[in-house]
Ligand binder design. Structure first.
Ligand code: PEP
Ligand code: MN
Length: 285
């Protein structure tokens, strides 16, 4: 870690608490729970997700509009039309949003219409993008690269911090290993180490780690017990019909149940799960 300065914790420095939008925080006593589909597909889909998840509650809605897909022939995301949908649902529900930014040219639009910008695993070392996010004016959710060491991960965060943006949340999303039964391996040792090494909030993404929905709630609970500051979980009104990452998507009732199951675990480790806030215009069918 010899080249990192701003990301590392010092004996006197307290953990960084980051405000996201007008009602979510991460890094304090309350956990940050993020939910939503892998990809924004339709307005109705996102309205249904927002309506259901406001009960959970989740503090932040996710939904990809620019999707980094392994194959160029797979669904690439709705692009700008998806941003319009995400923005409308954010206005209607009052729930802040996070979505992935794949290139510098997308930063301005996303920073205008969403509350947090996600850097995907495949872009963790896109240094020009990281530098530009230093000036984005919104918090960044930085995912760990598929095979990144913790030194590389912290170095990537340092790029954003040193270019002027102090609001970086680290996300452990599973690292590649030899066994394809799970899509990746959720590295809980890394969660503990990152909490010790840095002052930044650390959340987990059990969905992309596991790749199988039946593993996701268990991994989420384990991560909270290990000291994670929250989780980002994929869920969908009709999981099997998800246009991407269907196999790992929870149903909306399963997501609500998961959030509920975190409460005793959070309490046991001195954390809390926020209660539902009064909904805004959530009368959408
Ligand atoms: C995602 O969150 O949809 C995603 C593509 O994640 P990752 O970059 O971790 O693969
Ligand atoms: Mn996904």
């Amino acid at each position: 870690m010899k080249n990192a300065k701003l990301a590392l914790s010092e004996k006197t420095q307290s953990p960084t608490v980051i405000q996201i939008g007008d009602r979510a925080t991460v890094g304090g006593k309350d956990l940050l729970i993020v939910g939503g589909p892998c990809a924004v597909e339709t307005l109705e889909q996102m309205q249904q997700v927002a309506r259901h998840l406001s009960e959970a509650p989740v503090q932040l809605l996710r939904g990809g509009i620019y999707k980094p897909r392994t194959s160029p022939y797979s669904f690439q995301g709705l692009g700008d039309a998806g941003l319009t949908i995400l923005s409308q649902v954010r206005e209607e529900s009052g729930i802040p949003t996070v979505t992935e930014v794949m290139s510098i040219s997308q930063i301005e639009g996303i920073a205008t219409h969403a509350d947090m910008l996600q850097v995907g695993s495949r872009n963790m070392q896109n240094f020009d993008l990281l530098k530009a996010l230093g000036h984005a004016g919104k918090p960044v959710l930085l995912k760990r690269g598929l095979a990144a060491t913790l030194e590389e991960f912290i170095g990537a965060a340092e790029y954003i911090l040193s270019h002027g943006n102090p609001n970086v949340v680290l996300c452990e999303r599973g690292i590649r290993s030899f066994d394809s039964y799970t899509r990746n391996v959720l590295d809980l040792g890394a969660v503990v180490a990152l909490k010790q090494l840095t002052h930044l909030p650390v959340i987990v993404d059990p969905s992309h780690a596991a790749g199988k929905r039946e593993l996701v709630p268990h991994l989420t609970r384990a991560a909270i017990a290990a000291g994670a500051d929250g989780a980002i979980v994929e869920c969908h009104p009709e999981p099997d019909k998800s246009v991407s990452d269907a196999r790992q998507a929870l149903s909306l009732p399963e997501m609500v149940e998961l959030v509920d199951s975190l409460r005793p675990i959070a309490a046991a480790v001195g954390r809390g799960v926020p209660v539902a806030q009064p909904a805004r215009a959530l009368s959408v069918a």
